[in-house]
Write a protein that binds this ligand. Sequence first.
Ligand SMILES: NC(=O)c1ccc[n+]([C@@H]2O[C@H](COP(=O)([O-])OP(=O)(O)OC[C@H]3O[C@@H](n4cnc5c(N)ncnc54)[C@H](O)[C@@H]3O)[C@@H](O)[C@H]2O)c1
Length: 332
Amino acid sequence: MKEESNANRLEPGHCGIVKLRKVGIIGLGHVGAHVLCDLVNQGIADEIVLIDIDREKAECEAMDINASMAYMPSRIKVYAGTYGDIGDADVLVNASGKISLSAASNDRTNEMRYTVAAAREIAPQVRASGFKGIFLNISNPCDVITSYMARELGLPKGRVFGTGTGLDTARLLFRLSHDSGVDARSITAYMFGEHGNAQFAPLSLVSFRGKPLAEMAKTNSKLNYSQDDISKAVIQDAWTVVSAKHCTEYGIAATAARMIKIVLGDERSIMPVSAMLEGEYGESGVFAGVPCLLGAGGVEEVCELPLTKAEWEMFHQCCESIRNNIALAEEM
Ligand SMILES: NC(=O)c1ccc[n+]([C@@H]2O[C@H](COP(=O)([O-])OP(=O)(O)OC[C@H]3O[C@@H](n4cnc5c(N)ncnc54)[C@H](O)[C@@H]3O)[C@@H](O)[C@H]2O)c1
């Protein structure tokens, strides 16, 4: 069949009958490539544009994933593109960076000089493209780069957010699931604060479909965690993975893909993301990882949950750390 034989065939995004879902991914390293893979595997988008400073890499990622399409649940158009292709995208993902810079030091702020420079290069091009969708930042330090992008893109409130403590929360859920024998999807728990070393698990919020952690711990001593120990263990999980494989990729890709699916399906699900706080938890003017209601508008609501006094204070310390890193980024 000739490809363009049907003169009535409308281009993706303009058919007017079916709304096609278009996603752009900037940075096709370990993370960007795995986000791509999850989007295709789960049939989350209909069209995916790949952008990388290494154009050949973007082209080869497209070629490689296209070689999987015959066995995927749906046909998805994937190609290497430019910023000229993403003006009408629904979601744009920033996964640019240089992971070797943070992997060597177990500190995401060491990658900051590179990712801030990348963000300064990317933001004006996204703006010039006319992009008006949801911008999901993954690049580290996640809260700092998200904050910069939100300011530079000037999109309506909620449309720029970061994966934040979404990945760390998945790590926490895995630990809780392992120790309790309960499926992670039946557990409510969050990491709060910085996607970095200044984050913690407010244990007062942990529940097993309504049964508090403290109740569960009465019959299972493995669940007798101290907040400090479990928080440190979750933070360390990232560096344990990095020590051997020099990056993390599956967890963050699943986290980002889930967030994109929520947005594109207007699911209105609650997930922890890096969101702008405007009075919630007594904080203002800072992006930090907190549970949020996500939907087609991005962050539609920051969910303010009841923290204990000690957890409240801990959260302020985390926000201070993020503020310090934002100030550092400004000086670069
Ligand atoms: N938020 C999280 O939970 C989380 C988890 C894992 C990794 N990360 C971060 O994600 C980022 C990517 O990680 P990775 O392992 O894929 O890194 P990587 O070094 O493997 O790949 C980065 C990619 O970005 C591209 N790139 C660099 N500058 C660019 C620019 N200006 N424009 C377009 N593309 C550019 C590079 O060419 C490369 O392909 C890093 O900042 C990393 O720290 C975040």
